[in-house]
Design a protein around this ligand. Structure first.
Ligand SMILES: Nc1ncnc2c1ncn2[C@@H]1O[C@H](COP(=O)(O)OP(=O)(O)O)[C@@H](O)[C@H]1O
Ligand SMILES: NC(=O)OP(=O)(O)O
Length: 311
């Protein structure tokens, strides 16, 4: 019987905000991934990059102000940096976890570019949160640099950037070839580097793609059986964060659409996962989309927990 293909999307909680946090958190992600390897899946891993891409962009901009030998790195370059920074850590820790369990399976990270539409309305409506929390003074400085910020009640300011939809993945054949040769692939990190096709050139766009949507596109293109979102909660809930909070084991596509139109899912956190799940299971039969906590991956695959989006 052919092995089932699984696309796993690792959320922000898999990495934290700083390198020490990442080194610690990635061990939990590695355990989750190797549990899934032991379940005999072919696996593609995608991951978040919001805090990291913001960190690189701010750092490079600050360096360039201090010393003219440093130049500002465009956001697309910072996306590429974040793929390397996270992928390097992730692939090594997963490798160790595999070897510790006596499993010999190669794993590699692929710098991945994703096509976006230059006319995507998202370019004139920044929504994607990146970087760390800032004080009002830091936020003012960002605004002076021409960047956009939002205020989160009680938490502080954060940068926001355009987040166009992913249209195609340029390295998809390489991803498939690695999968076909029994390798674990980390690809589409941070939603992929957003690029605009200009003749024979791919020009980096000043944007950060939502990795949940890229995960779905990737799952479509590799013809995955399961799309698994590993995040910070065990189940999707309605009335989330209130006394009436109701965690859900299953959500049908029709229910999910109703919950979306009733505003139950936060636009920048849970909504993209639910939308991506709907898209994935609706576009071919016998597919599964599951959202759960990073420490519950194996249980969720066995139907013991998590929220499954079903037809
Ligand atoms: N309706 C909801 N049900 C469950 N969690 C929700 C809901 N709305 C918002 N959340 C929050 O969204 C988070 C997931 O979004 P986010 O952290 O952006 O994703 P990721 O883990 O992929 O980075 C959850 O950990 C939870 O705190
Ligand atoms: N690119 C992306 O979706 O990253 P986050 O999950 O950190 O927002």
């Amino acid at each position: 019987m052919p092995k089932k293909k699984l696309v796993v999307a690792l959320g922000r909680s898999a990495f934290g905000d700083t390198f020490p946090e990442q080194q610690k958190a990635v061990k939990i992600a590695a355990k989750a991934i190797v549990d899934l390897v032991e379940e005999n899946f072919d696996i593609v891993i995608t991951h978040s990059n919001g805090p990291q891409v913001g960190m690189f962009h701010t750092a490079m901009t600050e360096f360039s102000r201090l010393d003219s030998k440093y130049t500002v790195a465009p956001m697309s370059v910072c996306s590429a940096l974040s793929q390397g920074y996270i992928g390097y850590d992730l692939q090594n820790i997963i490798r160790t976890e595999l070897l510790n369990r006596g499993i010999f399976k190669p794993i590699s990270t692929l710098i991945t570019q994703v096509k976006v539409d230059p006319f995507d309305k998202a370019f004139s409506n920044p929504t994607k949160i990146i970087g760390r929390y800032m004080s009002s003074e830091e936020a003012e400085l960002e605004k002076k640099k021409g960047n956009y910020v939002i205020y989160e009640e009680g938490k502080g300011y954060r940068r926001i950037i355009a987040s166009p939809k992913p249209k195609d993945i340029y390295e998809i054949d390489a991803i498939k070839a690695l999968l076909d040769s029994n390798q674990i692939v980390i690809a589409g990190g941070g939603g992929g580097i957003p690029v605009l096709e200009q003749g024979t050139t791919l020009k980096g766009a000043s944007a950060v793609i939502e990795k949940d949507y890229t995960s779905e596109l990737l799952a479509e293109l590799v013809q995955a059986d399961i799309l698994l979102f590993l995040t910070g909660v065990e189940k999707v809930a309605i009335h989330y964060g209130t006394k009436e909070e109701q965690p859900l084991d299953f959500i049908t596509v029709n229910e999910a659409k109703e919950y979306i139109s009733d505003g139950y899912f936060d636009a920048v956190s849970m909504l993209p996962k639910v939308e991506a799940s709907i898209q994935f299971i609706s576009s071919a039969p016998n597919r599964q989309a599951i959202i759960t906590h990073i420490e519950k991956a194996k249980d969720a695959i066995h139907g013991k927990t998590g929220t499954s989006i079903i037809i």
